[in-house]
Design a protein around this ligand. Structure first.
Ligand SMILES: [Zn+2]
Length: 82
């Protein structure tokens, strides 16, 4: 298994952190009260390689893995871990 370049711990799995921002419409209804309407953005998809960042589960440092493919290679020990 690879080692974290930041803390040196052996890593079995990475953490992928994605934005959890969700946007809703906010309306006035016919009684003049505000209410929430449709959700107008979806949370980012954890499978979308363009989103998110990988972190070490031990120290929480972000690792220089910008794609799922690099993360896979890292976990296979194919990328230098230091
Ligand atoms: Zn670490």
């Amino acid at each position: 298994m690879p080692f974290c370049p930041e803390c040196g711990e052996e890593i079995e799995a990475l953490r992928k952190v994605i934005s959890t921002q969700v946007t809703f419409e906010f309306f006035l209804n016919n009684l003049g009260r505000g209410f929430y309407g449709e959700q107008i953005s979806d949370p980012e998809d954890p499978h979308d390689p363009n989103y998110g960042s990988f972190q070490c589960p031990e120290c929480g440092e972000e690792l220089p893995l910008d794609t799922d493919k690099k993360a896979e290679a890292f976990l296979r020990g194919e990328l230098p871990s230091a």
